[in-house]
Design a protein around this ligand. Sequence first.
Ligand code: ADP
Ligand code: MG
Length: 323
Amino acid sequence: MPAGTSSEFDLIDRYFKRPAPSALLGVGDDAAIVSPSPGMQLLMSTDMLVAGTHFFDDTDPEALGWKTLAVNVSDIAAMGATPRWALLAMALPVADEAWIAAFARGFFDCARTFGVELIGGDTTRGPMNFCVTLFGEAAAGTALMRSGANIGDDIWVSGNPGWAALGLAHLQGRCVLEGAQQTECLLALHKPQPRVALGLALQGLATAAIDVSDGFLADLGHILDASGVSANIHVDCLPLPETGAKLSADLVRDSMLAGGDDYELAFTVPPGYRDRVEELSRQLRLALTRVGSVVSRGSETIRLVGADGRPVTVKRFGYDHFR
Ligand code: ADP
Ligand code: MG
């Protein structure tokens, strides 16, 4: 069928109606019905991706479909919970079937990877915008929150914070990435891997967790605020990307500390569990790096320290839509 001639309901049936075996009622009625598993609590989260703000108009639709769901899965991962059911509300300027088919491929690829079922949504004409609401489950009382960090805890971060921001800088012509480095950073930007297995394994180990969507320092700041504590961060401990000589040290540092869109987890763990976190890193084949510690509330919430023990200052902590 040529672009623009399908009805809203054709599009939903063809591209978004998939079996949802764990739901009592999925796509097709006025509302979906699910039963949480016995003893489990429901967690709910929603996140919106807006053209021009979160992605470029010419972004590959399959990658965009993946990322639309992945950023929501990441929020459930940060709570140490299991993602289960999603609602997808979308506005599209035109019914371009090839584009929608590719978007749906990416979306369901992510859904399969993380065990999510799409059970409903909304489809309207308008400026391109995708909003997912995701429901997850955790055994009662086990979800990880931002508010549990204690003085003395270690601060850890997963993966390679900064790669997505470097990928974005490359696309915007602010730096030139080459070879494997370009591939890795663009993959981090377009196909983030929410850390669901890590979040689940951190239950009982971590005292607080958050996913890094707006920048490592900005998001760590949310844990510190919620927990009423401060942090010392050793800047040289952050995992340096394997960059070629051409990148400016300032750009690399800013990307690592304040770059958004990584969807890694930042978390706090009592120092007695260091071995267990290191063991977890081997099991999951995922870098987990200890970058600092929680200290009592001082005049600064985050104190950055360089390799020489001297204070380090930075221009920004992360991304804020209204600043
Ligand atoms: P209503 O008008 O009653 O709100 P809709 O016509 O918007 O219902 O949607 C019909 C059915 O299709 C509903 O079950 C809704 O959840 C589902 N749906 C609509 N858009 C999407 C979408 N993009 N993805 C998944 N399900 C969708
Ligand atoms: Mg209705």
